[in-house]
Design a protein around this ligand. Structure first.
Ligand SMILES: [Zn+2]
Length: 214
């Protein structure tokens, strides 16, 4: 029991620390964005509704049982289902980060993106941390069809981009999910910077070699 408590206390502190870091660097804003992490007993800790990631109280995070029932803490975010869809499909995930980060949202609005894989393989770190980024079509907030669409896309990728909304990224650890989300946002920024330029992304062979090394 002591081990579980200390693991939970550390995870609560880690979520608050990562949230503040993300907020302070303006990777999300207001009360947007949410973070969750899975404990070894299967319980899920998640940032609550209307909470700013910049000012999280570790003691007030929402806690779900392994069965997905809200058991204590503040009222969970209305976007809890986005996280649950990712854990359901990506069984090895230990954490999920969802942001309304500006450049990723901007890329989701471009007319000519490939919905199967939104961003080109611009850098090795993008390929290693994100790999493939399918687009989830737009649905109004709270629409049940959004959960189904996320679950469908999450079958083949641990990172998805919600059209006109933002990325949802799962990782083995909280740091993995954080770093992959940040890599995604920076690559979206690069992609926008390069819009009017001819570019040389990694070749299919270079990309494949990195994916095989993962
Ligand atoms: Zn959102």
């Amino acid at each position: 029991m002591t081990a579980i408590i200390s693991e939970e206390t550390k995870m609560r502190d880690d979520i608050a620390r990562v949230g503040k870091s993300i907020f302070d660097r303006m990777l999300t804003f207001g009360s947007t964005g949410n973070i969750s992490a899975r404990l070894s007993n299967g319980d899920l800790l998640m940032t609550p509704t209307n909470a700013s990631l910049g000012n999280l109280d570790p003691a007030r995070l929402s806690r779900f049982s392994a069965e997905g029932v809200h058991v204590d803490g503040d009222k969970p975010t209305k976007e809890a289902f986005l996280h649950q869809c990712m854990y359901c499909q990506q069984k090895l995930s230990g954490a999920v980060v969802h942001l309304h980060s500006t450049h990723a949202v901007a890329v989701s609005l471009l007319e000519d993106i490939d919905p199967e894989d939104v961003l080109p393989p611009l850098t090795a770190y993008y390929v290693m941390r994100v790999g493939k980024l399918p687009l989830v079509p737009y649905y109004p907030p709270g629409d049940k069809a959004l959960a189904e669409a996320v679950a469908e896309r999450a079958k083949t990728s641990h990172a998805v981009l919600l059209a006109n909304h933002g990325p949802v990224v799962a990782g083995k650890t909280l740091l993995d999910a954080q770093y992959a989300t940040e890599e995604l946002e920076e690559t979206a920024k690069l992609h926008l910077l390069l819009q009017s330029h001819r570019i040389r992304p990694l070749t299919p062979d270079q990309r494949q070699a990195l994916l095989e090394k993962k």
